[in-house]
Write a protein that binds this ligand. Sequence first.
Ligand code: ADP
Ligand code: ADP
Ligand code: ZN
Length: 213
Amino acid sequence: MRILLIGPPGAGKGTQAEKLAAHLKIPRITTGDLFRKAVQNKSPLGLKVQSYLEKGALVPDKVVLELMEERMAKPDCKEGFILDGFPRTVGQAEGLEKWMVQREMVLDQVFALDVPEEEAVLRISGRRQCSSCGSAYHTRYHPPKKEGVCDPCGGKVVQRKDDEEKTVRHRLKVYSQETAPLLHFYGKKGLLKKVDGSQSPETVFKNIGSLIK
Ligand code: ADP
Ligand code: ADP
Ligand code: ZN
């Protein structure tokens, strides 16, 4: 099963990808997490992408495609994957398609999560994440049991630098300019399913589950 999740920052892609990955027993690949890890490790990739992440701008397609092609070729992806946050431009979608065609793979479904802009901003301003295992939290909707401490791993729960409101507004603009055209791209191929992301995480998950073929 090969699934994509598309949606503006704060739509709940990461939250749903985590649930789907556990349910379908296939890995979740989150481009943002891969980039953040590289920045944290100060690897050559990290140094290359740091300034884009800080500004809330998109990393160039070539860099993203190289990283993702390497990741998707790993053995744990044999039965499929859930892509969360990739592709984010038509160029990336075309690159992904070419890569899959060369390997005789098909994309099964694309889910587009939608939430109103103000809800996205509210969600992101309260978003927290475990700096160790990546588990997602929200100050109001889903706080860790002990403040600042990750439930499953005890790691430190922190706020992402690019989750400050000013950067979030910019990322939302980038989404509507660069990523929203993908809805048309995948709609034309008959792969797109729209899901209302403004309901509870459990309801959204149930709705996605009922659409999985
Ligand atoms: P969110 O889930 O809030 O939309 P992500 O964690 O997916 O944010 O992405 C964080 C940042 O990483 C983006 O603002 C961008 O700089 C970079 N990034 C992530 N995925 C991509 C991608 N597919 N193409 C280009 N840049 C990306
Ligand atoms: P994305 O990956 O699309 O940027 P996340 O899954 O990281 O979105 O969600 C952003 C924030 O909103 C997180 O703090 C998360 O816990 C919270 N969240 C996710 N889905 C919902 C939902 N359906 N209702 C309320 N809050 C949510
Ligand atoms: Zn953790």
